[in-house]
Design a protein around this ligand. Structure first.
Ligand SMILES: Cc1cc2nc3c(=O)[nH]c(=O)nc-3n(C[C@H](O)[C@H](O)[C@H](O)COP(=O)(O)OP(=O)(O)OC[C@H]3O[C@@H](n4cnc5c(N)ncnc54)[C@H](O)[C@@H]3O)c2cc1C
Ligand code: FES
Length: 362
C-alpha cells in the first residue's frame, strides 16, 4: 500500500484547500477522487493547463512534454499536476483564483451546432458554433479555451473563442489547418452546417489581469489571434482606457486574415494601435514588414513605461517574444502567455521515460 501524503493548494487569491494523495497517483487524479476539480485538460502532460509551483516537498515528475514544462521552468520548481507524484507532503501554488475550482461532479460538457465554416486564409478556417438545448448562454473569461470532440471519435482538440461571452450561445473559433491534423481533416472534409458537436469547458487560466492603468501589449502569431481578440474585444465592451497594442504576425501575406476586423476595432477603440506583420512580405504588402518579434522589439526600444504583455501562438513565437521581454527587463509577473501546444496526448514531445525527482524546501 502506497504512502498517503497531505497536499495543500494555495490559489492566486490566497485561499487554501487540502486533500490527500497516495504516492502512486498524480495530484489531479487524487483531487478528482475527492471531488475537487482542479484546472486540467489533457491529463497527459502535454497542454500545461495544470501547471503549478511547488513551494515545499518532494515529488516525481513522469513524462511531461518539454513544450508544456520547459527544463528551466521545471528547475524553478514548476510542475504539471497531472504528472506529479508526491514523495512527501506538498505545498503547491496554482495561478488561478479559488472560484475556478469546482467541488461537484458537474458536467462541463454541452452541445453546440455548426452554423458557419469559412476559409479565411490559406491555412486558416473560421468555425462558428451555436449552443443548443436548454441553456443557451456561453460563459468563459476571454482568453480561456474549450475542448471540442471530433465526431465519431473520443478525441478532443483545444480551441480558444475569439468572441466574448454572450447570451445567444455563439462561439467563434479561428482554426489553423494542419497537414494530417485530425480536427483539420474534419473541418476540410467532414464538417457540415447543423452538425452537433460536444464541447467541454471553459478551461485554462490565460486572460486579462487587473493592472491599474499600465499599457497592455498583445502579441499573437497566426490563430493565436483568437484569445487575444477576445480579450481586446472585452476591453472595448468594458471601455477600458489603457493604452493597448495588438501585434498580429503571420509568415506570408496569404496567411493573413481578419485585417478588416482589426482595422474596424482600431477605429472604434481610440486607445488601440494594431500592427499587422508579415515575415516574408511581398511587393503588394502594405502593412508592417518583418516578424512580429522584430516589430515588438522596435516598439519596446522607444517605450518609457513597461507594459503588461500577453503572448499567444506557436510555442517558438511565444518563446522568442518572451526573450525580447526579458531583454527589456519586463517583470515576469507582467508577462502572460498561452502556447498553442498540440492537443490531446503529447505525442513525440512527451517522453514517458523522462522521470525527474525533486526536493524543494522553503
Ligand atoms: C490551450 C490551447 C488553446 C488552443 N487554441 C487554439 C486556437 O484557438 N486555434 C488553433 O488553431 N489552435 C489552437 N490550439 C492548438 C490546437 O489545439 C492544436 O494545434 C491541435 O493539435 C490541432 O488539432 P488537429 O487535430 O488539427 O491536429 P493534430 O491531429 O493534433 O496534429 C496533426 C499534426 O500536426 C502537429 N501539430 C499539432 N499542433 C501543432 C501546432 N500548433 N503547430 C505545428 N504542428 C502542430 C502534430 O504534432 C501532428 O503531427 C490550442 C492549443 C491549446 C493547448
Ligand atoms: S492537464 Fe496536465 S498537462 Fe494537460
Amino acid at each position: 500500500m502506497s504512502r498517503i501524503h497531505q497536499i495543500e493548494i494555495t490559489t492566486e487569491d490566497g485561499e487554501t484547500i487540502h486533500f490527500e494523495c497516495r504516492g502512486d497517483e498524480d495530484v489531479i487524479t487524487a483531487a478528482l477522487r475527492q471531488e475537487i476539480f482542479l484546472m486540467s485538460s489533457c491529463r497527459e502532460g502535454g497542454c500545461a493547463t495544470c501547471k503549478a509551483f511547488c513551494a515545499e516537498g518532494d515529488y516525481q515528475l513522469v513524462g511531461c512534454s518539454v513544450q508544456a514544462l520547459p527544463p528551466e521552468e521545471e528547475e524553478e520548481g514548476n510542475v504539471l499536476l497531472c504528472r506529479c507524484f508526491p514523495e512527501s507532503d506538498l505545498e503547491l501554488e496554482v495561478p488561478y483564483a479559488y472560484s475556478r475550482i469546482s467541488f461537484a461532479p458537474e458536467d462541463r460538457c454541452f452541445t453546440a451546432e455548426v452554423v458557419e465554416l469559412a476559409r479565411l486564409a490559406s491555412n486558416t478556417m473560421r468555425l462558428r458554433l451555436r449552443r443548443i438545448g436548454g441553456d443557451r448562454k456561453v460563459t468563459f473569461a476571454p482568453g480561456q479555451y474549450l475542448d471540442i470532440q471530433i465526431p465519431g471519435t473520443e478525441l478532443t482538440r483545444s480551441f480558444s473563442p475569439a468572441n466574448t461571452p454572450n447570451e445567444e450561445g455563439e462561439l467563434e473559433f479561428l482554426i489553423r489547418l494542419l497537414p494530417d491534423g485530425r480536427f483539420s481533416d474534419y473541418l476540410r472534409s467532414g464538417a457540415q452546417i447543423g452538425q452537433p458537436l460536444t464541447v467541454k469547458g471553459p478551461l485554462g487560466v490565460f486572460g486579462l489581469k487587473e493592472n491599474g492603468f499600465r499599457p497592455r501589449y498583445f502579441v499573437a502569431g497566426g490563430t493565436g489571434l483568437a484569445p487575444v481578440l477576445s480579450m481586446v474585444r472585452q476591453m472595448h465592451q468594458w471601455k477600458e482606457p489603457q493604452e493597448t497594442r495588438l501585434y498580429f504576425g503571420v509568415n506570408k501575406p496569404e496567411e493573413a486574415f481578419y485585417l478588416a476586423e482589426l482595422k474596424a476595432l482600431e477605429a472604434a477603440m481610440p486607445n488601440l494601435g494594431v500592427r499587422i506583420c508579415a515575415w516574408q512580405a511581398d511587393e503588394g504588402w502594405s502593412e508592417e514588414r518583418g516578424s512580429v518579434i522584430d516589430v515588438l522589439r522596435r516598439d519596446l526600444e522607444h517605450k518609457p513605461t513597461q507594459p503588461d504583455i500577453y503572448l499567444c501562438g506557436p510555442p517558438a513565437m511565444v518563446d522568442a517574444a518572451y526573450a525580447v521581454c526579458d531583454q527589456f527587463a519586463i517583470p515576469r509577473n507582467q508577462i502572460f502567455l498561452e502556447k498553442f501546444l498540440p492537443s490531446g496526448p503529447c505525442g513525440e514531445a512527451c517522453d514517458a521515460s523522462r522521470v525527474h525527482h525533486h526536493s524543494v524546501s522553503a
